[in-house]
Design a protein around this ligand. Structure first.
Ligand code: ADP
Length: 649
């Protein structure tokens, strides 16, 4: 719950909008009550052919007469008591009758007082003709309904804006988090995890916020407006009608718990669903090559069926919320009809010895009372939808905030140090690294790479070559020891400063579903067209690009699927060349390029690598030929030796 409160607090930052929305809601509630209050009595009065003014005068006259009769009876009784003509039971009855009369007289005096105040207003604003009065009331109801809906639209839009804004902000934060976590932290959630958070979870949270700021205010306000008016008509009768409320309240709490659990189920199923979907689609070639379509289809069927099952349960409890709240509404109305009708038919003020009203109720009086109760029961029903939304919000917040609270292990230096470019050396001091805290991948590594050196990293698979490079580029911080650039630990440099010194090409080239031009330009956004083409020439990519009908504007498809592996690597190389960084990292970067092209690239590389540090993970002798030093990584141990150029060549 406290996570959801956090979301609500964040939403509350847009308080001017929410305040405006609440004002609109208050207006809606007031008009809701006013419509009911206006319709019943006035129509009742005017359909009898009376005008409001004459009805008011009659009221004054009747109340005045009743008050006078009451006073007279009271006086007679007092005199009889004083004269001692009433004794025993009769005396007690007379005393209680005097009390009742006092109350009734006070009530009648109040009616006279309020009706006399009302008279000039009725004179000024209401026609004296009954039909015209009906037209006026009808016009009022139509106009107030129109205004009510304008206000409702305003409040809905304002709350929707706040909720969508929050959900957008949360999406931005999830995206930022995904980009800032270190690689191991990212992989713990995976693309599917982040996808589910960005779509389903933030949607649930937005629903919750809309429910709270939209319905949690409007609907209770409507209930309060109607019950307040009903209390005004007869507070005892209103309380009597609310006898069912605790039972329904208990049922709602129970339902609430069930719905929250189901919302949690829906969320976890949605994560699984994204996972199965993305995995099958991203690895579609493997799925097809190994004819695993039936298996994947079954997996997807299973998880969608699972989702459907939860969806049905959700729908069931959601639907159950309606009858429960409606039972409260109908229960209220039914009780009030029974009690009210008994009072009106028998012209009584008491039921089971409990005083319900001061005056016997009139038909318009009980009609308006029913009207208020019916008016209160509709928002009570709608409140169940609000409760569902609230539950979704709570579950969504519980899913999303722990992720947002995950601190990235790559902590940015508070006051980053500045270093001149180019650097003089990269040094690893007693660096150890472990992904899981158990298996040591790098053990006490000491290594110095002076600026301008070309280092080839070799060793068996799983030896720790990529890990070593990742630690140098600060995709991970070492578990122990330090990586220093010109004597300054990487942790004291800004990540941006460090990464702008590095150009990297990995074995799995990552391309965007954009043009070739866009993909190369990603290396340096301000590069000119000539510079981009020059980089492409050096990476021996220009030849094949020029053969495409659309040249550099050719769209490469998702992850570059329209290109061959070698073509993709050449584009990635061009991107790295364009970056013109002082450290070039090549992780098996030419592994998929044919021998002839690779030879040409190496020629270009030999020219390009002048005056920069190059770190190459490679097995190829031709690449080794470029190296000044060989770093061998095996079982986390690192040894460096000068390259034996004659042998490598
Ligand atoms: P190389 O590049 O020499 O083939 P790596 O540096 O990729 O080796 O991997 C070294 C070891 O670290 C391997 O045993 C591998 O299983 C493990 N490893 C690599 N990446 C991760 C990761 N993200 N989480 C856990 N273990 C990993």
């Amino acid at each position: 719950m406290h996570y959801f409160l956090r979301a609500l607090r964040e939403a509350a930052k847009s308080w001017p909008l929410l305040a405006a929305a609440m004002l609109c809601s208050a207006g809606v509630a007031a008009l809701w009550g006013a419509n009911i209050a206006a319709l019943f009595p006035i129509i009742e009065v005017t359909l009898r052919g009376e005008s409001l003014q004459s009805w008011n005068e009659d009221r004054i006259e009747v109340a005045r007469r009743r008050a006078e009769e009451g006073r007279a009876e009271q006086k007679t009784l007092e005199q009889e008591i004083a004269a001692g003509s009433r004794t025993g039971k009769d005396l007690a009855w007379a005393r209680s009758r005097i009390d009742t009369l006092t109350l009734n007289v006070a009530g009648d005096d109040a009616i006279v007082y309020s009706a006399e105040r009302l008279a000039p207003w009725l004179e000024r604003f209401f026609p004296t003709d009954a039909f015209q009065t009906v037209l006026l009331v009808v016009a009022f109801v139509v106009a107030s309904t129109f205004i009510k809906h304008v206000l409702l639209l305003g409040s809905t839009l304002l709350v929707a804006w706040v909720a969508m804004n929050i959900s957008r902000n949360i999406r931005l934060k999830v995206f930022d988090k995904a980009l800032s976590l270190d690689r191991a932290q990212f992989m713990r959630h995976g693309s599917a995890g982040f996808m589910a958070q960005v779509t389903a979870t933030s949607e649930m949270l937005a629903n919750g916020i809309t429910a709270v700021y939209g319905g949690m205010v409007t609907e209770p306000l409507k209930i309060i407006a109607c019950l307040g008016c009903a209390l005004f008509v007869s507070w005892r009768l209103t309380l009597a009608c609310l006898l069912l409320a605790p039972v329904v309240g208990f049922l709602m709490v129970w339902l609430n718990r069930r719905m929250r659990r189901i919302a949690q189920g829906v969320l976890s199923r949605s994560k699984g669903y994204h996972h199965v979907l993305l995995e099958a689609l991203n690895n579609v070639l493997t799925v097809q090559a190994y004819t695993m379509e039936p298996f994947e289809r079954q997996r997807f069927r299973d998880c969608t069926r699972d989702m459907m099952r939860f969806g049905m349960r959700n729908a069931f409890y959601h639907a159950l919320a309606n009858p429960i709240t409606e039972v409260l509404g109908i229960g209220m109305v039914a009780t009030s009809i029974a009690v009210g009708a008994w009072l009106v038919i028998n012209q009584e003020t008491q039921i089971f010895g409990i005083t319900m009203t001061e005056q016997p109720m009139t038909v318009p009086g009980i009609m308006i009372f029913f009207g208020f109760l019916i008016g209160a029961s509709d928002p009570v029903r709608k409140l169940s939808g609000v409760v569902t939304g609230l539950n979704m919000g709570i579950v969504g917040a519980q899913g999303i905030y722990p992720l947002l609270d995950t601190e990235s292990k790559l902590v940015e230096a508070a006051e980053p140090k500045q270093l001149p470019s180019p650097h003089r050396e990269i040094r690893l001091e007693n660096v150890s690294f472990s992904y899981d805290g158990i298996d040591t991948v790098l053990a006490n590594v000491n290594l110095t790479i002076p600026f301008g050196e070309r280092v080839a990293i070799v060793g068996p698979n799983g030896g720790g070559k990529s890990t070593l490079v990742n630690v140098i580029c600060r995709f991970y911080d070492p578990t122990a020891g330090r990586v220093l650039l010109d004597g300054v630990p990487l942790t004291e440099l800004s990540l941006h400063d460090l990464r702008r010194r590095i150009a990297m090409v990995t074995q799995q080239t990552e391309l965007f579903n954009e043009s070739i031009y866009y993909n190369i330009r990603y290396g340096r956004w301000d590069a000119t067209r000539e510079e981009i083409e020059d980089a492409a020439r050096r990476a021996h990519a220009h030849e094949f690009i020029a053969e495409f009908p659309e040249g550099y504007r050719t769209m490469v498809g998702p992850n570059g699927f329209r290109l061959s592996g070698g073509q993709r690597q050449r584009i990635a190389l061009a991107r790295a060349f364009l970056r013109n960084a002082e450290i070039l990292v090549l992780d098996e970067a030419t592994s998929q390029i044919d021998v002839e092209s690779e030879r040409l690239i190496h020629e270009a590389l030999a020219r390009y690598v002048e005056n920069r540090t190059v770190i190459m993970i490679t097995h190829r002798a031709s690449t080794l030929a470029l190296a000044d030093a060989i770093v061998e990584v095996e079982h986390g141990q690192v040894t460096k030796r000068p390259a034996d150029r004659s042998r490598a060549a």
